[in-house]
Design a protein around this ligand. Structure first.
Ligand code: NAD
Length: 253
C-alpha cells in the first residue's frame, strides 16, 4: 500500500462502527487519528484508542458535535495542535431515524439534515481550511442516498443523496489545491446503527438480509474502513469526486 505514514486524519463518529474501524485501519498504516466522539452517545472512544495503540498507532480523543460549526472547527484545529498538520478529513458521523412520510415533521427533517448533510459540509469545510499541503477527504453516504429506496427513511435518503452532490462540487473546487474529495456508499454494515431494531434492521433483520446479498452476509465495519483508507491514500491519487459502493453486491442483484 501507499506510504501514508505520519499523515494525520480527523474522523467524526469514531467511537463506534465504521469510524472506529477506520481509526484502527489508519493506525496499521501509520496514520495518526483525531478520534471524534459524540458525548451524548453510549459508545466508548477509549476502546477506539485502545485499538489504535494496540496497532502501534497514535491517536487522541476529541469531543465533537457536527451540528456546531465552532465544535467542528475546534476538532480540525486539534489535529494541528496535536500532530502539527492535517491531511485527511473523514465525515463519517451520522444518525438514522425512522419516520413514515405522514410523521416526518419539519423538525425531524431538519434534525436529520443538520447531522447527516450539514454535518458533512462542516467537516469538509473545517478540514479543508486546515490542510496546507494538499490532502484527501471522504464522506460516508449510503445506498439509501444513491441507488436504493428505503421506506420510512426519506429524510435519511435525502441527506445521504445530498452528500453525493456536495462531494462532487467540493472535489471540483478543491482539486487545484491538491485536495481530493470522494464518498463511500455502504450497503448493510453491522454496526450499532444497523443493529438498532427500532430505526434499522436489528440483529435478526441483518442476519436475514445478509442471506439475500450476493456476498452472502452483511458487511463488517473494517470492510468500509479499508475502502476509505484506499481513497485517502496515494494509491487513489487520480480519483476525485467519486463514490464507491461497498455493499457485497446488494444493489446489483
Ligand atoms: P454508528 O452509529 O456506530 O456510528 C455513527 C457515529 O456518529 C456514532 O459514533 C455517533 O456517536 C456519531 N454521531 C451521531 N451524531 C453525532 C453528532 N451530532 N456529532 C458527532 N458525532 C455524532 O454507525 P455506523 O454505521 O458506523 O455509521 C457511520 C456512518 O455510516 C454514518 O454516516 C451512517 O449513516 C453510515 N452508514 C451506515 C450503514 C450501516 O449499515 N451501518 C450503511 C450506510 C451508511
Amino acid at each position: 500500500m501507499s506510504p501514508d505514514n505520519a499523515s494525520v486524519a480527523i474522523i467524526t463518529g469514531a467511537a463506534s462502527g465504521i469510524g472506529r474501524a477506520l481509526a484502527a485501519h489508519y493506525a496499521q498504516r501509520g496514520v495518526h487519528s483525531v478520534i471524534g466522539t459524540f458525548p451524548g452517545d453510549p459508545h466508548d472512544p477509549e476502546e477506539t484508542l485502545r485499538l489504535v495503540t494496540e496497532a502501534g498507532g497514535q491517536g487522541v480523543i476529541h469531543e465533537v458535535d457536527v451540528r456546531s460549526t465552532a465544535s467542528v472547527d475546534a476538532f480540525a484545529e486539534r489535529a494541528v495542535q496535536e500532530f502539527g498538520r492535517l491531511d485527511y478529513a473523514i465525515a463519517n458521523a451520522g444518525i438514522l431515524r425512522n419516520a413514515a412520510l405522514a410523521e416526518l415533521s419539519d423538525e425531524r427533517w431538519t434534525d436529520m439534515l443538520d447531522v447527516d448533510l450539514t454535518g458533512v459540509l462542516r467537516t469538509l469545510r473545517s478540514g479543508a481550511a486546515k490542510m496546507t499541503d494538499g490532502g484527501a477527504m471522504v464522506a460516508v453516504s449510503s445506498i439509501a442516498g444513491g441507488v436504493y429506496g428505503w421506506e420510512e427513511h426519506a429524510h435519511y435518503a435525502a441527506a445521504k443523496a445530498g452528500v453525493l452532490g456536495l462531494v462532487r462540487s467540493v472535489a471540483v473546487e478543491l482539486g487545484p489545491r491538491g485536495i481530493r474529495t470522494n464518498a463511500v456508499i455502504p450497503g448493510l454494515i453491522e454496526t450499532p446503527q444497523s443493529l438498532d431494531p427500532v430505526n434499522s434492521l436489528g440483529p435478526e433483520g441483518l442476519e436475514r438480509a445478509g442471506k439475500d446479498i450476493p456476498w452472502g452476509r452483511v458487511g463488517r465495519p473494517e470492510e468500509v474502513a479499508s475502502v476509505i483508507g484506499f481513497l485517502t491514500s496515494s494509491d487513489a491519487r487520480y480519483v476525485t469526486g467519486q463514490a464507491i459502493v461497498v455493499d457485497g453486491g446488494l444493489t446489483i442483484k
